[in-house]
Design a protein around this ligand. Structure first.
Ligand SMILES: [Fe+2]
Ligand SMILES: [Fe+2]
Length: 365
């Protein structure tokens, strides 16, 4: 779980914009700034933003337009409204479109920081529950057991699963994947290589090229995985994605040689991020490629290995996004904690921002 948010400050007053950015910098992973809604929208499309702090009255469109943007994306990012002269209709719009907070100027720096920290914590909870839905406790236990087994047998595969989960959900969002199918996609991303349990280490960890026979053993992880997962009723909707996660758009993949749109969309999305992570991770026989190199390679394989429409959505996102998502996955403090976040709805612990902001000057309009 990433512990600090990527923040976007939208404020037309340059001086105040700089103050807000300075105040938020110590509690943020990054702070970007825009002077109008028109400038903010491209930033939102190109960067991973967790929390928007926006003024309402600015030249051009009102800041509440950003609430509508957030509402369209399942209230992601979180939006905090700051204003010097709120009207009742602004407040009602804020409530209706689920603003995370409404701060009336002047407000203290500590209040602003606390509001951002709280909004980010709530957003993380929303993202976690959107990924896996409200999984019941029995299912949590089954999933947890499966993933712990995978982690014990194949730790690198488990880390790979955590990263592709982050990548996959992000790309699915950009491809317009049906919201109702996100939980099944998330489970598939997390468990797609579960069939590697049971593949002999001599094959799984072999530093050299596999022989044709060893390659067949390795490929068997797909059907092994399907057989493990079909025993868990709540994982059945994820089976088509796991079954097709090594199929190629041109029909040259395995296990069935399925082709084009016969491969479920979830699997066509997943296979791009699965390859992205494989290319950008060290292997015993080669060093990791950079994200820029991996991007070029994915573009080259468009229409062969990958669905060109999915590749276009992938290429529309900047390289930096994937690096940030990798950081999010790898910053999960413990596998157990990460799992807990994904599998269960819970109230996230809200950490207090640094006390050094207490009793400092107030921020005025
Ligand atoms: Fe696989
Ligand atoms: Fe994989």
């Amino acid at each position: 779980m990433l512990s600090s948010p990527n923040v976007l400050v939208v404020e037309d007053n340059e001086e105040l914009r700089d103050v807000l950015a300075d105040v938020l910098a110590p509690i943020s992973a990054s702070v970007r700034a825009a002077s109008t809604v028109a400038h903010a929208l491209p930033v939102l499309r190109e960067h991973l933003i967790d929390v928007i702090v926006t003024d309402i009255c600015m030249p051009g469109e009102r800041g509440t337009k950003l609430l509508a943007y957030s509402a369209e994306h399942q209230n992601d990012p979180a939006v905090i409204i700051i204003t010097g002269n709120a009207t009742l209709s602004d407040a009602l719009e804020g409530v209706h479109l689920r603003a995370s907070d409404f701060l009336l100027k002047p407000f203290s720096k500590s209040k602003l920081c606390a509001s951002v920290v709280r909004a980010f914590a709530e957003l993380q909870e929303r993202r976690a529950s959107a990924r896996l839905g409200t999984a019941c406790n029995a299912e949590c236990l089954q999933l947890e057991t499966l993933i712990e087994t995978l982690d014990a047998c194949e730790h690198d595969t488990c880390l790979h699963s955590l990263r592709v989960l982050e990548y996959c959900m992000h790309l699915a969002n950009h491809v317009g994947y049906p919201e109702a199918e996100f939980p099944a996609l998330a489970r598939a991303a997390l468990l797609h290589d579960i069939g590697k349990i049971g593949i002999p280490e001599s094959v799984l960890l072999k530093p050299d090229r596999l022989t044709p026979e060893e390659s067949e053993v390795m490929k068997s992880h797909v059907l092994r995985g399907v057989r493990i997962m079909e025993r868990v009723p709540t994982l059945r909707e994820s089976l088509p994605i796991v079954l097709h996660h090594h199929e190629h758009y041109d029909g040259n993949g395995y296990p069935n040689g399925s082709k084009g749109k016969d491969i479920p969309l979830g699997a066509r999305i997943f296979t791009v991020v699965d390859t992205l992570d494989a290319m950008t991770s060290d292997r015993p026989y080669r060093r990791a490629l950079s994200f820029v190199e991996a991007r070029t390679e994915i573009q080259r394989c468009s229409a062969h290995q990958f669905d060109p429409e999915v590749v276009n959505a992938f290429l529309a996102l900047p390289t930096e996004t994937w690096e940030q998502l990798r950081g999010m996955a790898e910053n999960s403090p413990q596998l157990h904690d990460a799992l807990f976040m994904w599998l269960m709805r819970r109230n996230p612990a809200i950490t207090n921002p640094s006390d050094s902001y207490e009793n400092r000057n107030q921020i005025y309009a």
